[in-house]
Design a protein around this ligand. Structure first.
Ligand SMILES: [Zn+2]
Length: 423
């Protein structure tokens, strides 16, 4: 695979982070002509019943499509084999007939970051890196801490001192990482990390092209689970936009490999208080950074690093970008929970956005839609508890009972009432 600048196309040295000529992000280029689609499908089907630790990973099962790394250096926690759930309540809520959730929160550290992290950390490990560093709103730090611990590397994370989920920090500490809390937001933390020398420490934010390679496998996993039938639309949350870049790249490679015959359209949904990408998409102008403000902390990013790559993916897929407010995200999040699934707030931007696109007719009712959920419901339990105590429309507050008679009466009342529809 060749590593190239995503802006000026110059070839870059392996292990570098940014283009030496123009400073933009790098991307790996896969030689898709080297593969026969029938053989790829057969090999993948065979690997699904294999006990090889690489085949049990929904990332390393696709290893020929990733930058090569020695087998002994691979650090895996069996990430990436993500479930695709039918979303009955969510479909009715959004106003579409066919909706499923690709739940990336069902990864080992409970967010989509693991798919990219296994590749970034394995490659850093192969090069002999001793220290892994990242800036994070919480999920990246937890993921990096876990993989660095497995690899035997120091892990140092930079997080904003306020406004990120306590449970993500707790998770990161538990995996043994050193947490440096700074007096700025995520964008300030990432700016600091970008100045580090990548030959001294492994910077594993999504500006790292290996991260994107790992994350692109979610597109393959999704298509494989659907027997290579292409959805009409993929709706996903947009924060730093590495996931949009990665999924778009995965779908383009699947098309170039002959595994599918068209691209799904990508719809990127941002929180209204952190929507520079949606604004840039609408105006057709350069992205203008903002000071991000949203309770969906995982997408609270004002200067998304991967915006140019993501814009390319949205455009080639004939997709779109939009913003939804925090109340719409909170409401949609509660709906996702009612399907017995659940997710963290940022993930629900996808369902909230789909509802807007279906109402306007931009996504027709009979479209085949996949909404991407990026993090597990337990990533932000404080948010969930506050929501259910809040009196919001879909809140499900704790019921306090006074005595045994009331307890029995409440249970009895359910016995004769109709049960929820179920899936
Ligand atoms: Zn360049």
């Amino acid at each position: 695979m060749i590593l190239r600048c995503s802006a000026c196309a110059r070839v870059a040295a392996d292990g570098t982070l940014l283009c030496a000529a123009c400073g933009d992000l790098l991307a790996f280029e896969l030689d898709t002509a080297a593969f026969d689609p029938a053989r790829v499908r057969a090999l993948l089907a065979q690997r699904r019943v294999s006990n090889d630790h690489r085949d049990r990973s929904g990332v390393w099962r696709f290893r020929e499509l990733l930058p090569p790394v020695p087998e002994a250096a691979i650090v895996t926690l069996r990430e990436g084999d993500l479930p695709l759930y039918a979303a009955r309540t969510g479909a009715a809520y959004a106003g579409v007939d066919r909706l499923s959730y690709l739940h990336q929160g069902m990864n080992p550290t409970a967010s989509f970051k693991d798919c990219g992290m296994t590749v970034a950390v394995s490659n850093a490990h192969a090069r002999g890196a001793r220290v892994a560093v990242c800036a994070s709103t919480g999920n990246t730090s937890a993921s990096m801490a876990a993989y660095a611990a497995r690899a035997g590397m120091h892990a140092v994370v930079l997080v904003p001192a306020t406004g990120i989920s306590e449970s993500k920090v707790a998770q990161t500490l538990d995996y043994g990482a050193t947490v440096l809390a700074i007096d700025g937001d995520f964008d300030a933390a990432l700016a600091a990390v970008r100045t580090l020398d990548p030959t001294r420490v492994a910077v594993v934010n999504s500006i790292n092209p290996y991260r994107i390679e790992g994350q692109k496998t979610a597109a393959f996993v999704l298509l494989e689970a659907r027997d290579w039938r292409v959805p009409d639309w993929i709706v996903l949350p947009g924060g730093n936009l590495g996931n949009t870049s990665a999924l778009g790249k995965g779908f383009r490679e699947a098309l170039a490999l002959g595994l599918i015959d068209r691209l799904p359209r990508l719809a990127v949904v941002q929180a209204a208080g952190a929507a520079p990408f949606a604004r840039a998409f609408a105006s057709g102008r350069e992205l203008e950074p903002v000071v991000a403000k949203t309770t969906a902390t995982a997408i609270k990013i004002g200067a998304p690093a991967s915006w140019k790559k993501a814009l390319h993916e949205v455009r080639v897929s004939n997709g779109t970008a939009l913003a939804v407010d925090d109340d719409a995200i909170a409401d949609a999040r509660a709906v996702i929970g009612r399907d017995g699934i659940g997710c963290e707030p940022a993930s629900a931007a996808s369902l909230a956005g789909l509802r807007v696109l279906a109402a306007s007719g931009a996504i027709p009712r009979d479209a085949d839609v996949v909404a991407v959920l990026t993090g597990h419901v337990l990533k932000d339990p404080q948010y969930v508890a506050q929501y259910h105590a809040s009196g919001a429309a879909r809140a499900n507050p704790i019921v306090r009972v006074r005595d045994d008679a009331e307890l029995m009466a409440r249970i009895d009342a359910f016995v004769d009432s109709p049960v929820p529809a179920g899936r």
